[in-house]
Design a binder for this molecule. Sequence first.
Ligand code: V47
Length: 369
Amino acid sequence: MSFSHDTKLSDICAKVKTGERLSLEDGVALFNTTDLNALGKLADTVRRQKHGRTTYFNVNRHFNPTNVCYVDCKFCGFFRTPRQPDAYTHNIEDSLRIAGQAVNEGATELHITGGLNTKLPFSYFTDLLSALKKQYPQLHLKAFTMVELDHFAHFYKMEDKDVLRQLIDAGLDSCPGGGAEIFREPTRSMICAHKCDAERWLDLAGQVHAVGLKTNATMLYGHIESFEDRVDHMIRLREQQDKSGGFQCFIPLAFYPPETQMAHLPGPSGVDSLKTMAVSRLMLDNFAHIKAYWVMLGKRLAQVALHFGANDVDGTITEGGELTESYSVESNNEVKMTKAELISLIEEAGFEAVERDTVYNRIEKAVIA
Ligand code: V47
């Protein structure tokens, strides 16, 4: 029996077996295949070679210090202008209270990211990190995307290295992968004209890696982008990873249209999301981890995604942060997931659930309580 009725997929399968790198054309052919099972099988084979049955998760909390932002991204339902009634900026006291709840719920990581708010001084961010670190030294602070770092350097007229030094001195431990969206032009300018460009995003990631911190990388898919845009995005990340090596994890983010300027679009289908997960695993041969972000995929599809190349599920959000709630594909009462629920989701899919810290050290072998 041949591997697939899709001859292109069979050729790519041969390349994967010999460890040959996949090209842009290969990636696009993978997206265009009608043989979803074979694509999934190929991605799952690579995933099992790297990780066996292990599926990682971490107990974290997403925290958005401010929703005020001037960037006006077409896909964003979160940002507010300063005068809108529901615009907010958390003070340090509130932030410590929220972090305290997360710690009480077993979080080992606080994922901090927010709007580009020109009303705040740079000291707001360093004070925030210092206060959190002082109060909760055990909590890993994964904070600020490359877009936020770029904003800090431009808006506060600082050198990149000084931005990084001051944030690290205040308590920054690693950076999340947001703001990457789609790198290729003209798509990037059409969806987020005011964000830094691809070269700047990648250069900053390289600088963060050079000072010894890990980062993640994301891709927002399922809006106006083409398959070429997606594969180009993955290849640029792969090239940057060859150079600087500090990306831990890739997270494909399924576009959730409600309350955005692209609300007329349907968002990605289930098949599209599974293909995107599988293609990510196959194109990103130098990324160890591919994450299924259940908040966007939905719990059910995240579970299936574990058979399409994903080896990590983010995250145990026992109480939804503002960003999480406004983005989630799940209805609000389903946006919470306890650790026991997440473990059974992973185990029911046939994998072994392993709790990790932010930098992928095993915390303990997870068992359902
Ligand atoms: O950069 C914005 C995306 C990102 C929407 O590093 C949307 O571990 C879907 O980066 N529909 C922020 N997505 C979230 C993010 C992230 C998430 C989970 C884990 C990690 C990690 C990082 O969310 C933004 C943007 O790409 N986003 N609006 C939307 N309507």
